[in-house]
Ligand binder design. Structure first.
Ligand SMILES: *Cc1c(COP(=O)(O)O)cnc(C)c1O
Length: 232
């Protein structure tokens, strides 16, 4: 890709804003999270210099090393699975975690959140496709976990997150519709949710139709990922 980070970011943001308006959504209600897993601090700094502040990372160890070398006002979103022995880095350095699917992890994050920081923003990861290899909990278990998280003051429950299947459009639509229905159902049950974290490089346009508030976009900004760099 020959465009600069600033040009790529502005072009994508323009496309998102236009697509949002086309489905009667307000562009300012859509947060674009730049997913930087496998990319070095220099690449992240390039987007930071272009004005991006929200970045998403998947692997705690990789992120911890990069985070130390980057500006402190980055709003870090943990979007990968968090093991219980890796919660401290998330509690101390993330603004958001999108992937809570167990009460035990929520309790550790709450216990480890420094008292001088604002509450950690939390989304519950929902396994919306029902595929066994996918992370997240079943939709029917979401309300109980939402209550557990709501009862932990160092955490602020914001919404739900999902990764629909990379499948034909009708299947993706059905999964996104199910996620939106669950989100609205939890709101109707009294949970004050304002985040539906859904949509990646390949499906963000569809996600806008189904109420997404947080798009998590990696390759459309950073280019092709080489997992050999980051994976242990
Ligand atoms: C990697 C990743 C993304 C970004 O994926 P792209 O297809 O590169 O946009 C978004 N969400 C999650 C959970 C991811 O793991």
């Amino acid at each position: 890709m020959s465009l600069s980070p600033a040009e790529r970011y502005r072009a994508l943001r323009r496309d998102i804003d236009a697509a949002a308006r086309a489905v009667h959504r307000l562009p300012e209600e859509i947060t674009l999270i730049a997913v930087s897993k496998t990319f070095p601090p220099e690449a992240i700094q390039g987007f930071y210099d272009a004005g991006v502040r929200d970045f998403g990372e998947n692997y705690v160890q990789e992120w911890a090393e990069k985070q130390q070398r980057l500006p402190e006002d980055i709003v870090w979103h943990m979007i990968g699975d968090v093991q219980s022995n890796k919660t401290r880095q998330v509690a101390e350095h993330a603004a958001w975690v999108h992937t809570v699917s167990r009460a035990k992890i929520a309790e550790r994050l709450a216990a480890q959140r420094p008292a001088d920081l604002p509450p950690l923003n939390v989304c519950i990861e929902i396994n919306i496709s029902g595929e066994a290899q996918k992370h997240g909990i079943a939709p029917s278990d979401a309300a109980e976990l939402a209550q557990r998280i709501t009862d932990l003051p160092p955490l602020r429950l914001r919404g739900i997150m999902c990764v629909p299947s990379a499948a034909e459009e009708s299947i993706v639509r059905a999964q996104m519709q199910a996620a939106q229905a669950l989100y609205r159902d939890l709101q109707a049950q009294g949970f004050a949710l304002d985040a539906l974290s859904m949509g990646m490089s390949g499906d963000w346009r569809l996600a806008l139709e189904y109420g997404t508030t947080h798009l998590r976009i990696g390759s459309a900004l950073f280019g092709h990922r080489d997992y050999a760099i980051a994976l242990p």
